[in-house]
Design a binder for this molecule. Structure first.
Ligand SMILES: *Cc1c(COP(=O)(O)O)cnc(C)c1O
Length: 416
């Protein structure tokens, strides 16, 4: 029997079965058609069953679907590495592939820790992370994620590093609101930089940990402070990458290049699991040398899978051709406009950035039953805790977007 994720199986009776997908629509076995409001965990940016992605995959499958990257290489991998270097912030020149966002984060943290070892420093092994962060479900990723339902059962075996609060005030927070969080970071770096390898953040938007948005000023300062106190800065753009926050990568809001950056989720447009961990020359160069010991000892079986690389390349091409950044701006305008008319004593806040819309409730119980209600209304949304959020495919049409938000509105009207 199938075991579902994040699910108390005792309460699983009938999980809806999807039988077809087309554009933003998901078709269920019982005939219902749902507009996907969350892009299948934020990955299906071009919608389902995209003809150009399908064709690219079929063509590559006709050559070979996969070949090990140990000792061999292939064109889709080389081209995707080149494309990622081109589109990510300047200076990230080296690409290590893996099969999921969590593993991409593991690679980033291994790279950061080994960087210092390779340079001859001992004991620079701890990681700073942010409260409410989420970086995946593997062990080291859990260690740098906030203590939450995701990791509670393993609290006893996690070796946590240092945890800081994000600055308040949202994206547009004034400098004086951001400064206390910057001061906390500097204090921590002053007192403990000898044992810290890296600072990992989800830049601008923390997603699974509650959709908190913070100022780019913090990232600018983090860049300067990490340089000053010799700590690597790692951006986990698994959720924010590929346009979600209104820029191709969230790092661009701050105009900084991290030492290491992870992308995943939308990388392959939701067709299959894959991730990439990018590093600067300085990081990469520390792994060069006569000793085999200095090499990066990681190599997932399916890294740089040829189908994954092919679909990712085609996805990046479509993203460019279709001028998605303008779509995303339009999506943002509509979300802002529609959210401005939702005012309820049940809500604790509303936030939007790029193609993300978030309504936070005072009480998580207000969302009990929402998912089933939305399905009956023809919409697929899945709240996280107190948060009802929207992260649609970038091809969504204005009327489809409005109808999703109307379902949110209807629920809120009924509940309160
Ligand atoms: C989803 C997510 C991950 C984990 O990616 P998986 O592919 O699910 O392993 C890591 N970091 C962030 C920011 C994520 O949103």
């Amino acid at each position: 029997m199938l075991w579902y994720p994040y699910t108390q199986m005792k309460h699983v009776d009938r999980v809806p079965k999807m039988v077809a997908g087309n554009g933003v629509m998901m078709e269920l076995e019982d005939g219902r058609k749902l507009i996907d409001g969350i892009s299948s965990w934020w990955s299906v940016i071009h919608g389902y069953n995209h003809p150009a992605l399908n064709a690219a995959l079929a063509e590559q499958a006709g050559k070979f679907a996969h070949v090990m990257l140990g000792g061999l290489t292939h064109e889709p991998a080389l081209q995707l590495a080149e494309a990622l270097v081109r589109i990510t912030p300047a200076g990230l020149n080296h690409v290590f592939f893996s099969d999921s966002g969590s593993i991409g984060v593991e690679v980033a943290l291994k790279t950061a820790i080994q960087y210092w070892k390779n340079l001859g420093y001992d004991g620079k092994t701890k990681i700073i992370s942010l409260k409410n962060g989420y970086h995946g479900d593997t062990f080291k990723a859990m260690e740098v994620s906030d203590d939450s339902d995701f990791s509670r059962a393993f609290a006893d075996v996690l070796h946590r590093g240092y945890v800081l609060e994000i600055p308040g005030g949202g994206f547009d927070a004034p400098a004086e609101t951001v400064q206390p969080a910057i001061d906390d970071l500097e204090q921590l770096l002053i007192s403990h930089n000898q044992n810290i390898a890296a600072f990992i953040v989800e830049p601008i938007v923390q997603c699974a940990g509650g959709f908190h948005i913070y100022s780019p000023l913090y990232l600018k300062a983090a860049r300067e402070l990490c340089d000053k106190y010799h700590v690597l800065l790692v951006f986990d753009e698994v959720a924010t990458g590929f346009g979600r926050t209104g820029k191709l990568f969230a790092a661009e809001h701050a105009g900084v290049t991290p030492d290491i950056m992870v992308v995943g989720k939308a990388l392959t447009a939701g067709y299959m699991g894959h991730a990439a961990t990018l590093s600067t020359d300085a990081v990469y160069n520390s792994f060069l040398g006569a000793d085999y010991e200095k090499a990066l000892m990681h190599g997932p079986t399916f890294m740089a899978n040829a189908l994954a690389c092919t679909v990712a390349l085609k996805s990046i091409e479509i993203f460019d051709q279709e001028d998605y950044l303008s779509n995303i701006e339009q999506i943002n305008n509509i979300i802002e406009q529609e959210f401005s008319t939702i005012n309820s004593p049940l809500t604790a806040g509303k936030r939007t950035i790029g193609a993300i819309g978030v309504i936070e409730f005072k009480d998580a119980d207000t969302l009990n039953g929402f998912k089933l209600f939305a399905m009956d209304e023809g919409v697929w949304l899945r709240p996280i805790g107190k948060v009802l959020y929207l992260m649609p495919p970038y091809i969504i049409k204005p009327d489809e977007l409005v109808s999703i938000i109307n379902v949110m509105r209807k629920w809120i009207d009924r509940a309160g």
